[in-house]
Design a protein around this ligand. Sequence first.
Ligand SMILES: Nc1nc2c(c(=O)[nH]1)N[C@@H](CN(C=O)c1ccc(C(=O)N[C@@H](CCC(=O)O)C(=O)O)cc1)CN2
Length: 289
Amino acid sequence: MTAQILDGKATAAAIKSELAARVEALKARGVQPGLGTLLVGDDVGSQKYVAGKHRDCAEVGIASIQRELPGTASQEDIEAVVRELNDDPACTGYIVQLPLPRGVDTNRVLELMDPAKDADGLHPMNLGRLVLNEPAPLPCTPNGIIELLRRHDVEINGANVAVVGRGITVGRSIGLLLTRRTENATVTLCHTGTRDLGAKLREADIVVAAAGSPHLVLPEHVKPGAAVLDVGVSRDATGRIVGDVHPDVAEVAGWLSPNPGGVGPMTRAMLLANVVQAAERAAEAGSVG
Ligand SMILES: Nc1nc2c(c(=O)[nH]1)N[C@@H](CN(C=O)c1ccc(C(=O)N[C@@H](CCC(=O)O)C(=O)O)cc1)CN2
C-alpha cells in the first residue's frame, strides 16, 4: 500500500481563497481585520513561521502588525507589548509566537492577552470555553488537522485516535476538539510516560504525531490503512525538517500528511480563519462595521 497524501499546502490554498472572499465582504462593511504577532528572540524557525503568517495575511487582505523583541527581553517588556496590542484598535486579533525564551512565564503572558483578540485560541478563557462547548477561537494546529482530514473525507466519527505529545499548541487541546459530538472520536493521549506506545498506536485509525522526536513513528507501529499526521518538527544538521514519522510509514498507512507541506500550512490557514471569524462576530455584534 502507498498512502494517499493529505496535502496541506493545496488545502490551505483553497481555504485562503474562501477567506479572501469573506475579508472582501467585511471590507465592504467598513471592517478591516488586522493580525498582530509578537516574536521574542531570534529562533530561525519561529522567524520563518511568523513571516509566513504575514505573507498569508497579505494574500487574503488582512492587515499586519508586527512586533519584535530581543531574546533578552524581560517579562515586563513582553507584557508591555501585549498590553499595547490589547489596546490597538487596528489589531483585531493577535498571537504571541511560542515558544517564548527560557525564563519567561508563558502562562502569565497568555493570561494577559485580551481573550477577544486571542487568534490562537490559547487564552485560558478560550480553552475553558472549548471545554464548555461554547463558541471560541479554536487552537490552530488541532483545528487544521481536523479540517485536513475532513476535506480529504477521512472518517473521524467513531475513529480511535492516538495523539503523541502533550504540548500546549497540539496535544493538550486536540482531544477536546476530536471528542466533541460533531467529531465523535475516541482519543488516547500518549506521552513520554506512556507504556508500550507501539501497542497504543497500532490500535489507532488516526495517529497524530506531535512529539518533536525524529522518526518516532515506525511502520510497525501503524495499523494498515490508518491516517497518519506528522506534526513534529526537528531539524537535521543542514537545517532540513525531520518529522516524527518515518518515511517508510507511507507503505503501511492509508493516508499520510507530508512534513513540510502538511499540517504547517493548515495551522497558518486556521489562524487566518480565527481572525476573520472574530471580525465577523464583532461586526454582527455591532461593535464594528
Ligand atoms: N503562538 C503559536 N506558536 C506556535 C504555534 C501556534 O500555533 N501558535 N505552532 C507552532 C509553529 N507554527 C505556528 O506558529 C507553525 C509551524 C509550521 C508552519 C509551516 O507552515 N511549516 C511549513 C514549513 C516551514 C519551514 O520550511 O520551516 C510546512 O510545514 O510546510 C507554520 C506555523 C509552534 N509555535
